[in-house]
Ligand binder design. Sequence first.
Ligand SMILES: [Cu+2]
Length: 363
Amino acid sequence: MQMFLVLAVIALIFLVIFQISKAAEYVGVLKGENESRKQTNKVNGFLMLAFMVVGLIGVWYCNEIYAPKTLQAQGSASYQGEKVDSMLITTLVITGVVFIITQILLFWFAFKYQEKEGKKVTFFVHSTKLEILWTSVPVVVLSILVVIGLRNWMSFTSEAPTNALQVEVTGKQFGWIFRYAGKDGEFGKKYYRMIDASDNSLGLIWKDTIVNRANGEPQQLKDDKYSHDDLVMEQTMYVIKDRPVKLIINSRDVIHDVGLNHFRMKMDAVPGMPTTMWFTPKYTTTEMKERTKNPNFQYEISCDQMCGNGHYSMKGVIEVVTQSEYDAWQAKQKPKYLTIFPPVEILKTDTVIKTTIAAVTKK
Ligand SMILES: [Cu+2]
């Protein structure tokens, strides 16, 4: 309803402008061409001022309505993201001030210096001082912004703190695969030719095997013990409040992009070229539900790179929990390796039971 009213007001304003210009045209016909031009000139001058006032009010009004609906209003959910927010605010304040000053000057000049009887235009060709001024000021201001940006970028992509939780994130058409190093703290090796959609989505080398290279030559792969306790899961990633998390980002097919809007983080997932970034979550998911007053709140991992026809469906969930909740969750997880290759003892017990049953049935 509100939107309809806004559109109706805009349509009415245009109608009024149209009617005024029509009326001016008729006046012109009656008064003669020269007189009419002077009249139109005056009307246009006033319209410029009106457009400026309406436009600036519109900018302020849209900001009032839409700003609270953006993620900006929630605040950053990571400590590093606060720096991103402060950069955004600084840039918006600088460009906002420049925008308002230039727009006011633009429309005010159009009104003030309209054609008038006996008024002559100043002939002004060049001013070196002015050129230097309006080149150097933006150069200095933009350089400062870029340097601050680079410094922050380098800190998010530099070596993570030693206590950081490491999570490997792999993008695929269309979803996310997360891997934790398990108890040994080391990620097992993987090889893309080992990828099997049914039980080895990352291509972990967890048995001695021979695969064919792209050129057809056989290649011997050696079982990597570190892969045996790796935890592999899809769609939901667990991270810990107040503990840095380092993401090691890969892609299994095309270029994806790990977009973490609540944490103000983003990084491309490039096939064959792992990228990294780290951040420290500030609020647990439960705390965020209270902060946003939204019981269904979820931290989202989205794909920020058009990657195919299912791109829109690449929504993953991040659960930010406390250290104890994380430990409890981790204790419940079973490494994928154990599902594919059940421990020998179980097999043995299973065989004993089967033999006993067979023996009993025989009797
Ligand atoms: Cu994608």
